[in-house]
Write a protein that binds this ligand. Structure first.
Ligand SMILES: Cc1cc2nc3c(=O)[nH]c(=O)nc-3n(C[C@H](O)[C@H](O)[C@H](O)COP(=O)(O)OP(=O)(O)OC[C@H]3O[C@@H](n4cnc5c(N)ncnc54)[C@H](O)[C@@H]3O)c2cc1C
Length: 132
């Protein structure tokens, strides 16, 4: 899933000018013996692949396991589930789209467009196109 230089969002996370890299990995692998440090080799290796550079000199901080937290999209996944259940009843959220922030926002936009249309409000073509 997403990798991010957290310092780009909040510089206070690494005041000495270094980057703090956070990465989220999906999987059902059991907890590794040795606690977070037991995961270090595989995390280091995977980040090296993702960033295309050696991570040997990177300082490993920790690994947190969050069971059953991250949204999954097992196939077959319906990427555009209806947001209008009935006239006057609308739903939105990542489960109506992709399991991402973008999917949640897009489904909200589709729901808002459906409300406007049902109220007879003219919707700008570009908005309707995105929501379609
Ligand atoms: C660890 C983790 C890492 C992630 N990383 C990324 C990433 O890198 N990039 C990315 O795009 N996405 C990522 N996601 C997914 C992303 O966070 C979600 O897809 C997105 O937040 C879903 O938004 P949402 O509004 O549909 O649902 P949510 O953000 O879950 O919001 C639903 C809200 O409804 C509230 N609620 C629930 N039931 C009720 C009720 N009965 N009454 C009132 N309120 C209720 C909840 O408290 C919650 O505030 C990640 C998710 C997790 C858990």
């Amino acid at each position: 899933m997403g990798d991010v230089d957290v310092v780009a969002v909040d510089p206070s996370y690494a005041a000495d000018g270094r980057a703090l890299i956070a990465t989220t990995v999906l999987g059902r692998r059991a907890f590794v013996a040795g606690g977070p440090a037991g995961d270090e080799p595989v995390v280091r290796r995977r980040l090296s692949e993702l960033y295309g550079t050696s991570t040997a000199a990177w300082e490993f901080l920790t690994v947190r396991h969050v069971p059953d937290a991250v949204v999954t999209m097992p196939p077959p996944h319906h990427f555009r589930r209806s947001v209008r259940l009935l006239a006057g009843l609308y739903v939105c959220g990542d489960y109506r789209d992709t399991g991402t922030i973008e999917g949640a926002l897009l489904s909200g936009r589709r729901a808002a467009t459906a409300v406007l249309k049902d109220l007879g409000v003219r919707v700008e073509p570009d908005v309707a196109e995105v929501a379609a």
